[in-house]
Design a protein around this ligand. Sequence first.
Ligand code: SAM
Length: 274
Amino acid sequence: MNINNYSYYQPQLSFSSTRERTLDENGNVLFCNYTNLNREDLDWGKFARFLNDRYQSQEHVNINLHGCSDGSDAYTLAINLIKELGPNAKKFLPIKASDISKSVIKTAKEGKILLHSKDLEYLDKMGARHYFERDYNEPVKIMRDIEFYPHKVTKELKDAVDFSVKDVMESAKEQDISNEVFLFRNGWTFNSLEKQNQLAKDLKENSNRKTLVVIGQSDLFKSDASDSLQRNGFKGIKSEIFTEKETDYPSKSIGQPKNPPLYPKEYLLFELDK
Ligand SMILES: C[S@@+](CC[C@H](N)C(=O)[O-])C[C@H]1O[C@@H](n2cnc3c(N)ncnc32)[C@H](O)[C@@H]1O
């Protein structure tokens, strides 16, 4: 298989801290770890308050965040839980963040992250800049003409996220996620349609009524996540947490459905139907 590595170039598209992606010989994206702080498809403050309400009666709640890339989603969630819930955030922490990529997890475990101006603006707006320190020992990296500033994650935030290497497919098979939160956002399309269907089946097997499954907006556009989950016994939860703010973008990947969706494509949050 002929695999090409090249920098991600998306003219006219929403600003993002995309790193690199890998294509197969047919131009399908095989791997992409695009991410940034505060991905705007979710209202993270509302999401934190929703989790608080949903799990009010539990003393501890595991949040499993698969396909975490450099940790941006996990840090965003941790910052919002702490801001919104104060001491109550503790019952959700540390977030268990994982990715199939050994290299992104190695960097994340070292507490390193590249942040760009939008990330920093967001942190300032949240009063959360103190969670990251500029690392002047590392050079500024320029990708797609955007400057990325090397940062170190400070201890308070680092302690709130526990990183490991995991394939979400294996975890979903093996892990009981009763009373837990399971996020796999914006990564479904890099897995075949068969695997996506199997993932939804395994999640169903290992869930109970309190389990919450969360996907991303690009999973709605670019994968079978929504249909797979609804076909296999989940129902969508309608809520204002899903903002629909992300821009669609053209790309091909192995996990894009060939047929139009059968179920409503309007949810990012799912729970068991019965
Ligand atoms: C586009 S990034 C999304 C990162 C982050 N969740 C977000 O929404 O910004 C997709 C990530 O999913 C990961 N991924 C893809 N397939 C996976 C699998 N089977 N198991 C675990 N991680 C996977 C990739 O390595 C990549 O880092």
